[in-house]
Design a protein around this ligand. Structure first.
Ligand code: PEP
Length: 252
């Protein structure tokens, strides 16, 4: 059975003491529950990764980075490498988020390099894809998502691809308060699973975790997660409050 995941993408939020407080509260709330059926992942900014991995050492919470360099080491001032992340027990890394595509010009070629470097260092990419509103309105959303996935991931062999987690995040839903309807999410997730099946076979497709992201919160999570091809969520704004984030986890 494929893994269910709820991952909290903090983006560029929280001071050190706020980060400490948020992780503490999440641990406190999660410790009271039994979340055997769902993996919880925290994605704080780089500077709090060590704090997060230290604080979650004794609890089933994984830590993800929000980005990684496409270089492994060397004279790249300001960059953070995959071996550095690995050495801090980081298990996952978000890639291809629409904000990085838009503000940092990340394209499929760069993302393919980052995917390779993460896999080489045994870190699981959470690969984001999703269309802009005009692309959906033009009926182009399936083509766009397919191209994002094929351009950045289709060079992988099936052993490598099995390690990927996908996140469908329609850009028009990110941070807008307008989530995809459960039907829209299910339709796209089923489409993504279908193209994976064509390329890598039914077994790989059945075992690939595909998360939904975009204004997912404690009110709509249950309906979204109830769909057969929606395996959890990548949560932005709603992951910044412990109670709200844990309610989303409880939606399974
Ligand atoms: C995100 O940025 O990954 C995201 C899903 O954001 P939000 O939940 O705030 O829409």
């Amino acid at each position: 059975m494929r893994k269910k995941i709820v991952a909290g993408n903090w983006k560029m939020n929280k001071t050190f003491s706020e980060a400490d407080d948020l992780i503490n509260k999440i641990i406190e709330l999660i410790s009271d529950n039994n979340f055997d059926n769902v993996g919880v992942v925290l994605c704080p900014p780089f500077v709090y990764l060590e704090l997060a991995t230290d604080m979650t050492e004794d609890i089933e919470i994984a830590v993800a980075a929000q980005n990684v360099s496409n270089y492994e080491f060397g004279a790249y001032t300001g960059e953070i490498s995959a071996p550095m992340l690995k050495s801090m027990d980081v298990e996952y890394c978000i890639l291809g988020h629409s904000e990085r595509r838009k503000y940092f010009n990340e394209d499929s070629k760069l993302l393919a390099e980052k995917v390779n470097i993460l896999l080489k260092n045994d870190i699981i990419p959470i690969f984001c894809c999703g269309e802009l509103l005009p692309e959906r309105e033009a009926g182009n959303h399936f083509n766009i998502v397919e191209k994002q996935i094929t351009d950045a991931l289709w060079h992988l062999d099936s052993v490598q691809f099995k390690k990927i987690v996908l996140a469908y995040e329609p850009v028009w839903a990110i941070g807008t308060g307008v989530n995809a309807t459960p039907e829209q999410a299910q339709e796209m997730h089923a489409f993504i699973r279908g193209i994976i099946s064509t390329k890598y076979g039914a077994e790989v497709a059945e075992n690939t975790t595909i998360l939904y992201g975009g204004s997912c919160n404690s009110k709509n999570a249950k309906e979204l997660f109830a769909n057969p091809d929606v395996d959890g969520g990548l949560i932005g704004g709603a992951s910044l409050k412990a109670e709200e984030f844990v309610k989303i986890i409880e939606s399974f």
